[in-house]
Design a protein around this ligand. Structure first.
Ligand code: S3P
Length: 209
């Protein structure tokens, strides 16, 4: 748990399922000495069942309600790195809580990249359709503007090494976010960081997302 040393503005990762939010989030938290929370895992722990079961029993609406309650609660905590579920940005209140209470990073990937990562997925309820690739494309089209609306920083994940994505995020953090003791910047600007801007581009030090 946080001990207050690194308490400060939390960092929230948003983006499609398969964009690497949990993997990057865990690594980013370790790099910054912060606590990592995976919102989906926290919800499963709290409910005692898998996300898929919540969908089965209560439908997507029931899941979204539970998800919104949890996001409201977790965005009220300082000093976290939190990976959100891919649909967290669907609700306006969630988007407002994320953007106003923390520094939001959108992990952006193409439909093809997401499909490569998700094609064998058996867990995610929204992909249980006859044409999951088409579903991914529809979700990206609908959600990309919402992720961008919410984000202070947009980072292409693509096929980049996890550590490189983390480096790009750390380089894009405003003063005070991620570094203990510095004052938080209230006016972080939305920025787009294109791949290939990091000095260690292409070395492949870690597995790609
Ligand atoms: C969802 C994404 C999932 C999970 C749920 C719904 C979505 O989270 O919250 O299955 O609507 O895209 P991940 O993005 O962590 O897979």
């Amino acid at each position: 748990m946080t001990d207050g040393t690194h308490a400060g503005r939390s960092i929230f990762l948003v983006g499609m399922m398969g964009s690497g939010k949990s993997t990057v989030g865990r690594r980013l938290a370790a790099a910054l000495g912060r606590e990592f929370v995976d919102a989906d895992k926290a919800l499963e722990a709290r409910c005692g069942v898998a996300i898929a079961t919540i969908f089965e029993v209560e439908g997507e609406e029931g899941f979204r309600h539970r998800e919104a309650c949890l996001i409201d609660e977790l965005t009220g905590q300082p000093g976290l790195v939190m990976a959100t579920g891919g649909g967290a940005v669907l609700r306006e209140d969630n988007r407002a809580h994320l953007r106003e209470r923390g520094f939001v990073v959108y992990l952006c990937a193409t439909v093809q990249e997401l499909w490569v990562r998700l094609r064998h997925d058996k867990v995610r309820p929204l992909l249980r359709t006859p044409d999951p690739r088409r579903r991914i494309a529809q979700l990206v089209e609908a959600r990309d503007p919402l992720y961008r609306e919410c984000a202070h920083l947009v980072v292409q994940t693509g096929r980049q090494p996890v550590d490189r994505v983390v480096d790009v995020i750390v380089a894009g953090l405003p003063a005070g976010v991620g570094r203990a003791g510095a004052a938080p910047s209230p006016d972080a600007q939305s920025r787009h960081i294109a791949p290939g801007t990091s000095p260690d581009d292409g070395r492949g030090r870690t597995p790609t997302l």
